[in-house]
Design a protein around this ligand. Structure first.
Ligand code: SF4
Length: 351
């Protein structure tokens, strides 16, 4: 584990050859972990309804310019079946946050059906926001294996600037701990390049990942949405797209170096900056790739930030494209494994 000062030094480094050395070192560690394998997850954005109002988000509840949708149970199961028939062993189901009984039951039923038709052959990650302990337990028992809840920033003061008063940092941390205690593989992540954010904040984020004992990380650059409500006049970090991409790649590389056995996703937001961004994420030490397999008609309505890529593509196209892109950089997509976090499996084995 690097200390905070060392992490900050790497984050501020402008020498291209030194940055390349950092990416190569992180990639070597990724190869020690899982060779050239890149674990694949089919991403299904099941709904864009949300009860929250995070200032940076394009689908926050106050944004009236969004066409709201909830995929039907049949649509979700058919998408999951398509994925299973095409070799996917791992899915991510994601939506805005809802805590009403109808939604909780709906998710529980969907999870049970996926487990049933696949004979427990698909490992499912869910990302449905902050819930009660009981709900986490119900969904875990219904068949979800992993839970992704981004902390967005580990700086309490910055978190306050990003959210209305009733979305508290304490609740977010409490939720992350509940998820872990329920038995899920715990995933979290941050945005990189937020207004007011500093290099020191980013170093603290990596230390936070270690301290909360994450099994998976998914993070990417902060990209504004036209209907967001974030006050964004003060920037301490680069706003130039190329520099922001490099900073995001450095966060991936440093997280890999500090937490060598976790899963790290190369997120779509990297590709929003540069068409080759997600592949660069893999080359900087990430080992998870999540092509969107949501129904085409819904994709344009799930935009947390502007210019999200792949919204006009079909699931087939995304699958084919992912294979080609990963092959092109000399790595290998693995559809046939669950690709669970080795960090999690080790903890489980050690009791
Ligand atoms: S970030 Fe998540 S919880 Fe916040 S408004 Fe967007 S979808 Fe809802």
């Amino acid at each position: 584990m690097l200390d905070k000062k060392e992490i900050v030094k790497f984050l501020k480094e402008t020498d291209k050859s030194k940055n390349s050395e950092l990416f190569n070192r992180a990639r070597e560690i990724k190869h020690q972990l899982c060779d050239k394998d890149v674990y694949i997850r089919g991403l299904v954005e099941i709904s864009n309804y949300c009860r929250k109002d995070c200032y940076y988000c394009g689908i926050r509840k106050s944004n009236k310019n969004v066409n709201r949708y909830l995929m039907s149970e049949d649509e979700i199961i058919n998408t999951a079946k398509w994925a299973y028939d095409n070799g996917y062993k791992s899915l991510v189901l994601q939506s805005g946050e809802r805590i009403d009984d109808t939604f909780i039951q709906f998710v529980e039923d969907v999870l049970k059906k996926i487990r049933q038709f696949s004979n427990n052959g698909i490992h499912v990650t869910i990302s449905f926001g902050e819930q009660t302990e009981e709900t986490y337990q119900r969904w875990y028992e219904a068949g979800a294996h992993r839970y992704l809840l981004r902390v967005e920033t580990s700086n309490r003061e910055l978190y306050k600037k990003l959210h209305p008063e009733d979305h508290t940092f304490e609740n977010r941390i409490n939720a992350l701990n509940l998820i872990k205690e329920t038995g899920y593989q715990l995933g979290t992540g941050v945005m990189i390049g937020l207004p007011h954010q500093t290099y020191e904040d980013l170093a603290d984020d990596i230390i936070f990942f270690r301290d909360i004992d994450v099994d998976m990380v998914g993070m990417g650059p902060y990209l504004p949405h036209k209907d967001a409500a974030l006050e964004d006049s003060v920037y301490n970090l680069p706003t130039d797209k190329e520099e922001l991409l490099t900073l995001s790649l450095k966060m991936i590389a440093l997280t890999r170096i500090c937490l060598p056995d976790i899963n790290i996703a190369s997120t779509t937001a990297l590709q929003a900056i540069k068409s080759f961004g997600r592949e660069q994420g893999i080359l900087a030490g990430a080992n998870v790739f999540m092509p969107n397999i949501s129904e085409g008609e819904y994709r344009p309505n799930y935009q947390l930030y502007d210019n999200k890529p792949c919204i006009d593509d079909s699931s087939d196209e995304c699958m084919e494209c992912a294979g080609k892109r990963i092959e092109m950089i000399g790595e290998e997509i693995r559809y046939d494994v669950w690709g669970d976090s080795q960090h999690f499996l080790k903890k489980k084995k050690d009791g």
